[in-house]
Design a protein around this ligand. Structure first.
Ligand SMILES: [Fe+2]
Length: 191
């Protein structure tokens, strides 16, 4: 049990979209080399990587309190770009605690969240842009995709003990891929 209010620095954060930081907290970067095996076109991935190990996204998280009922916050900034015709995206994950839901709040930019239910294997592509909110139910793998030409920034809010399980989705990847066709995003089955 938390016996009182914590310090203001635990409870308040200013979002710094330039630095991708939540109230000056550390920023973890994910580069193209960290997403080996995630993009559908392996040849395109190799040639992109040879040109530049680009920064794909950053995450800064805040752990105000731990314990039953508490929440964590994560600020994500996903940069624009493509590997072949597949847009830059996050690795995507399930929560270790499968029933844990999450709310994403779009702060800047345009893109999508790709949702995939672990049990039914249904997929859904949901818009995530500035001023938009997406509810990710439990048991749902989620990945963020930037289809715009500026960084896509968003805040994720989730139970403190949700945890991140990257392995389960990395083993077989998402069933769908979001690619550009004639300038428009199109959701296709993974080949
Ligand atoms: Fe999550």
């Amino acid at each position: 049990m938390i016996k009182g209010l914590q310090s203001m620095s635990d409870l308040f954060s200013k979002i710094d979209l330039e630095k991708g930081s939540l109230g000056g907290r550390p920023v973890e970067n994910r580069y193209l080399s960290n997403l080996r095996g995630f993009f559908a076109n392996e040849d395109a991935y190799q040639s992109c990587l040879e040109q530049d190990n680009a920064l794909l996204y950053s995450v800064s998280s805040m752990t105000p309190a731990e314990g039953e009922g508490q929440l964590h916050l994560g600020l994500g900034v996903l940069y624009p770009g493509k590997v072949g015709d597949e847009y830059y995206m996050t690795k995507g994950h399930l929560h270790t605690k499968r029933e844990a839901a999450e709310v994403y709040v779009g702060l800047k930019g345009v893109g999508y969240m790709l949702l995939e239910h672990e049990v039914s294997q249904e997929s859904m592509l949901v818009s995530l842009a500035e001023g938009e909110v997406v509810y990710v139910p439990g048991y749902t793998a989620h990945r963020t995709i930037n289809t715009g030409d500026m960084p896509l920034a968003y805040l994720g809010i989730y139970p403190w003990d949700a945890g991140h399980d990257y392995g389960a989705i990395a083993e077989r990847n998402f069933l769908k891929v979001l690619v550009e066709r004639e300038g428009q995003p199109v959701l296709l089955d993974r080949q």
